[in-house]
Design a protein. Structure first.
Length: 418
């Protein structure tokens, strides 16, 4: 029988015994089962409780007899690990639990993974005080959720980041109304003749206190807040409006906008995209929606369905960061795509690393057979550009061409580039 929900004092009591025992090192892991909450809301508490019961049984089989699992909330667990030799043993334990939690669960005849986060604090490394250890594990769990990584071990940087994210969260929802968001554009050009083909629109946030905040910092916060659809709507509308302001060259230029995996779970997303195209009288084929390979793998069936519907209206789909998402070809063939963007990690060392060069060559050959355009991002030198041309890349993007720039600078750059 799984443990009942433990009162906070009982958890602190257990932590006190753990941190004052004779064993040298111990760890507290806090597990938050975010996806289980959604399952409970959709399918009812009976199913979510059954899944919780099964998970606890699996986790208990994975830990040692002296370790303990406490249910600290309806969708939260606390795992107390004792007698660790070092931090590496704690990491091995976290990986073991993460593997179990990451296993797909069959619901309504479909296998689905659901999100979770694990935060870990170590005693005596972080603290021997039970309350402090619990607080540190909670901070690490938040860091795991924000970074979308299976687990995080507490660090002081996490604390500073959480405090900053608290400020960001409080201000982000008003950033649009306060005119703090803007788009910067990075050109995409033909690798062979240098023609300007379009640009990727990248969000920037000029925060009144923290200054310029990059998207990789505030996008995860927006996803956790549930306002990602609002930001995506703003980004698509702004990009299409500013594209018109380019004047005559705009008729032949495409614009690419990044979307989140959460956008694909929003029933209103397709209608929002089509609405923006209609408002700005934009041919659908000049809009490209970019989504990372890793994001697609979170729910490939749902993602493929939404993207196919968007593609049926003429909107182009680009798979971003291709080569880093660990998708098999069996999964990949399900995805509708017009374009592959090879991740910059394979591009930056292509002149010196034979393996990276072979990977890029293989991706290009595969894309050719599938009749997909190839974009190489992260281009930094003329020699790399020549190598990419020889390998058959169609489109290039990177600092060697131009850095992302505000709309006014992009207009000036595009005119001088003609």
């Amino acid at each position: 029988m799984e443990p009942s929900i433990s009162p906070p004092l009982q958890l602190l009591d257990q932590l006190g015994k753990l941190t004052t025992s004779a064993t040298a090192n111990s760890a507290l892991m806090l597990i938050s089962l975010h996806g289980l909450r959604r399952i409970g809301n959709i399918f009812g508490s009976r199913l979510s409780e059954q899944i919780m019961h099964d998970l606890i049984q699996q986790l208990e089989c994975a830990i040692r007899p002296d370790d303990r699992i406490l249910r600290s909330g309806r969708f939260e667990l606390a795992v107390l690990i004792s007698g660790l030799l070092n931090r590496g043993h704690a990491v091995l334990a976290a990986n073991k639990l993460a593997d179990i939690l990451g296993t797909p669960i069959e619901i309504s005849k479909k296998e689905r993974k659901f999100p979770f986060s694990i935060g870990m604090a170590l005693s005596p490394e972080h603290s021997c005080d039970p309350e402090q250890l619990l607080r540190y594990a909670e901070i690490a769990s938040l860091a795991s959720e924000i970074t979308q990584t299976p687990y995080q071990i507490y660090s002081h940087d996490d604390l500073e980041s959480i405090v900053t994210d608290w400020d960001i969260e409080g201000d982000l929802d008003n950033a649009i109304a306060n005119n703090q968001l803007s788009l910067h554009y990075q050109p995409k050009i033909s690798s062979r003749d240098g023609r300007l083909l379009g640009a990727e629109a990248l969000m920037r946030w000029q925060h009144p206190v923290h200054g310029m905040i990059p998207p990789d910092r505030f996008i995860p916060v927006a996803e956790n807040m549930g306002i990602m659809p609002k930001l995506t709507w703003w980004c698509i509308n702004t990009a299409l409006r500013e594209r018109i302001e380019l004047g005559k060259p705009a008729s032949s230029l495409s614009v690419a906008v990044n979307i989140s995996a959460l956008d694909l779970t929003d029933e209103r997303f397709i209608k929002s995209v089509l609405g923006a195209i209609g408002i700005w009288d934009t041919p659908p084929e000049v809009l490209t929606l970019e989504i990372t390979e890793g994001s697609l793998m979170k729910d490939i069936a749902l993602s493929a369905d939404i993207l196919k519907r968007l593609q049926s209206y003429g909107i182009r789909i680009s798979i971003d960061d291709f080569g880093t998402g660990y998708s098999s070809l069996a999964y990949f063939k399900q995805l509708p795509a017009d374009e592959l963007k090879i991740d910059r990690s394979f591009i930056v060392n292509i002149l010196d690393n034979d393996l990276d060069r072979h990977i890029v060559s293989t991706i290009v050959q595969m894309a050719r057979k599938l009749r997909l355009d190839i974009v190489a991002e992260g281009l930094e030198t003329a020699l790399t550009q020549q190598q990419l041309i020889e390998l058959g890349c169609d489109i290039i993007q990177g600092y060697h061409i131009a850095r992302p720039m505000p709309q006014a600078e992009f207009i000036t750059w595009s005119k001088s580039h003609d």
